[in-house]
Design a protein around this ligand. Structure first.
Ligand SMILES: [Zn+2]
Length: 291
């Protein structure tokens, strides 16, 4: 269902071959642990970041974007029209704004999620996939939810992310989060999936490639209790990319090289999934896998 109230709050930044949508969604469903909502006023959404900008002419012309001024129709070569249904991957960037997620010292999960999301966005778009980030700055997506009448910022946040996913209808949704544990030796990426074959296949491919990146051997797990996983209609997974409480994971997740390795693991997992599910887009480019 197309939820106008949600999409009215969305803005699109068009970049070559991909999209960043700012101004919707927010969630905490991803974490293995949930934190209480901070009873603080939400930060204002980063409105300056939400202005649509036109980009490369070859970029996707999404239904959110401003129409281009009409040109003299001499030899009209109509650009291919894309809609949001053309989106391959929606990256749900966990937390944001007043919701920092997991914490270790001064390090906040929301910042790790955003850094890895950006790297993943780059890795996927370089491959030719159409990708949407649901936040590209530090703000709470719950601020954009004016349509759900609840006092819970947390639920507004989750609902906004869910509604966005269901409106955009990407092929897959990947929600990025960071784990935390009292036991500081716990480490490694864990992929949580829905209880359906598509999500399981996606999670298996992602877990395999992330295991290879981090030299771990985890199996993906079903995430029955997670808001997003229960409510999104496309194959969706939550990736807990590592433990903020483990020094090795923390180093990898905060170092640009380590973040890039994680992003490449995700990219390769996505490619495996799209190949095996027969949904590889024609825009997909070949690449030399680098780790
Ligand atoms: Zn989280």
């Amino acid at each position: 269902m197309f939820n106008k109230s949600v999409l009215q709050t969305l803005c699109v930044v068009l970049l070559p071959a991909a999209l960043i949508i700012t101004g919707a969604c927010g969630e905490k469903a991803g974490g293995l642990r949930e934190q209480a909502d901070a009873p603080l006023a939400s930060q204002p959404a980063a409105s300056a970041d939400k202005n649509p900008r036109t980009g490369d002419a070859s970029a996707i012309s999404a239904s959110f974007s401003k129409p281009e001024p009409e040109r003299t129709p001499v030899l009209t070569k109509k650009a291919p029209q894309h809609t949001l249904s053309d989106i391959d991957v929606l990256i749900d960037v966990g937390h944001g704004g007043i919701d920092g997620g997991a914490v270790h010292g001064g390090l906040l999960e929301k910042d790790i999620n955003l850094a890895i999301a950006r790297q993943t966005y780059t890795a996927l778009t370089q491959q030719g996939y159409r990708v949407v980030l649901n936040r590209d700055k530090d703000y709470a997506l719950s601020d954009d939810n004016k349509w759900l009448n609840t006092r819970s910022r947390h639920i507004r946040d989750l609902a906004q992310r869910m509604q966005m996913a269901n409106d955009i209808k990407p092929k897959i949704l990947i929600s990025l989060h960071v784990n935390s544990a009292l036991n500081r030796s716990k480490k490694g990426p864990i992929v949580l999936h829905q209880n359906n074959p598509g999500s399981l296949l996606l999670a298996t491919q992602l877990q395999e490639h992330l295991n290879s990146t981090t030299r771990t051997s985890f199996m993906p797990m079903v995430g029955k209790t997670y808001y997003l996983l229960k409510r999104t209609k496309c194959p969706s997974v939550i990736i807990e990319v590592g433990f903020i409480t483990n020094v090795e994971d923390r180093t990898r997740m905060t170092d640009p090289t380590g973040q890039r390795q994680i992003a490449h693991g995700i990219r390769d997992g996505v490619t495996s999934y799209l190949t095996q599910s027969g949904t590889l887009p024609s825009t997909q480019k070949s690449h030399d896998s680098e780790h």
